[in-house]
Design a protein around this ligand. Sequence first.
Ligand code: ADP
Length: 629
Amino acid sequence: MEKQQFKAESKRLLDLMINSIYTHQEIFLREIISNASDAIDKLAYTALTDEKVGLNRDDFAITITRDQEHRVLTVSDNGIGMSREDLEENLGTICKSGSLNFKQNMEKNEDIDIIGQFGVGFYAAFMVASTITVVTKKYGEDKAWKWTSDGAEGYTIEETTRDMAGTDVIMTLKEDTEEEKYSEFLEEYQIRSLIRKYSDYIRYPIRMEVSKSRKKEGCPEDAPEYESYMEMDTLNSMVPIWQRNKKDVTDEEYESFYREKFYDYNKPLRTIHVNAEGAVSYKALMYVPAKAPFDFYTKDYKGGLQLYSSGVMIMDNCEDLLPDYFRFVRGVVDSQDLSLNISREMLQHNRQLAIIARNLEKKIKSELTSMQENDRENYEKFYGVFGRQLKYGTVSDYGAHKDSCQDLLLFWSAKENKLISLKEYVDAMAEGQEKIYYAPGESTERLAKLPQVETLLAKGYDVLLFNEDVDEFVPQTLVTYSEKSFCNALSDDLGLQSEEEKAKAAEKTEEMKGLLTFVSEKLDGKVKEVKLSDNLGSHPVSLSPEAGMSFEMEKYMKRTNPEFAYAVGRILELNPEHEAVKAMQEALASDPEKAEDYAKLLYAQAELMADLTLEDPVEYTRLVCKLMK
Ligand code: ADP
């Protein structure tokens, strides 16, 4: 029979894995058992609506058989089984979704537990087995198939027979070497302890013949004799972790369940275990991850919680259970109040499900709030990874979800030099301060040095420094927070002038009208307006965007939607008290050419300060050199 090759990518991965020094070989059993359990889940689900399956919940089991003499370990299940096409598709390609990510990490050469991370699954068995044979029959089909492979060389498939639907994974273990004692995996105690460690919560019995001893019949009480015998025993406790009492579950158990279930090798930042009784009863076990999956901010990412109904998995990613803004949460929900034979489509309109979703949302929000208040360090870690999602949540649907999201946001405080919430900002507002000031830009360091920010800080007012694309949409969507309106410190009127100061400023503007018109003309259409400002502190000039706009948005559009990019009108502000501006004013009378050079130089400086690229760097350098002569 001709051997078929694994798909190219699979082969490389398989080689890597078999020779990998990173992994713990023992996890192969967990992977094989978890596949068996998934396969049973599928048939158990089918059995709910299809009487022909002929199996009850109690009939499902995973069976382990050991043949120490021939070094063969077999894991059998009476689950859904595989057709010939399934075999090709599933066992001919390795970890379709995870492989890309896997390779990236390998290239970075990180010392990580590759299998633990991505659940390479079935292939893990090649770490301990020299040959693997899979005998399988798919539910509803007549033919059974035998797939055999001895590793990277490829595999064969031939027809065979099997009574019932299900799968046997038959592993011939490698020969023992000095370092590796593969035969350990045939020992009863070893298998028992691996099941306890990794697969205890599997909801179907994992059964194996184990040795027991009993008193020989008829022997005297004072000198009893014992004999050993073999008996089928269930090795796992079968209680899913979410069904257990919170106080009986250790942190380690929560963590290892998370890692296995969600293929994340990082410790979760928060574990949320809910046991709700009431209008609807359910158990939920949710986690806030420490790292975002590589595809989190793309549309490939599947959010949602795994949904169980009385211990039977009915949906892998039930999106209706989680609002989009909390899509980073991973976890499971199990409720006996959901009808078992409800169709997946009907779940969408299910009242109980809607109640659960609403409660979970509240719970997640309160956990995040408590983390924000009491465990700031971890909250900031979380926020660094998923904060953007919460900002999206705040601004999406025209702010419909702001009540759930706005208090979870953090922004950089120019005054405190750390991340603070909007509430913390408002609580700390200075006497007489009316507005929430923010300044959008690329880097918080540079923003902190901008004249308007310096002016506000000098008055004792804090400024939130926005450095993410989405940030600016937050004030635009919220309009107010705690009845305080937002003010863009770089483009809006800061509202700091008294009536008297305003009158004085108007006078000054009138006085310097000649200069303002001159500068505007010489800049030749580059600016929309030239005006005076008393907010510039020690700086001579500043460039601000026309009202309601920002340069960050201009840059953002240019980057993301160049066809819709637009130029935001520039407003040049001059500080009438600054020496440079005074010098320009003087030159205007005596040497207009010089005054024009000054105007261009100051404009270029303003561009640089605003984090914009110089429109004409050659001209700027020429002018600076001319000035130095
Ligand atoms: P994963 O389980 O992460 O999808 P695996 O490599 O472990 O990756 O398995 C690949 C696929 O092979 C599974 O998704 C499943 O469709 C199929 N499979 C594996 N083991 C079994 C089994 N015992 N019964 C039925 N299908 C199986």
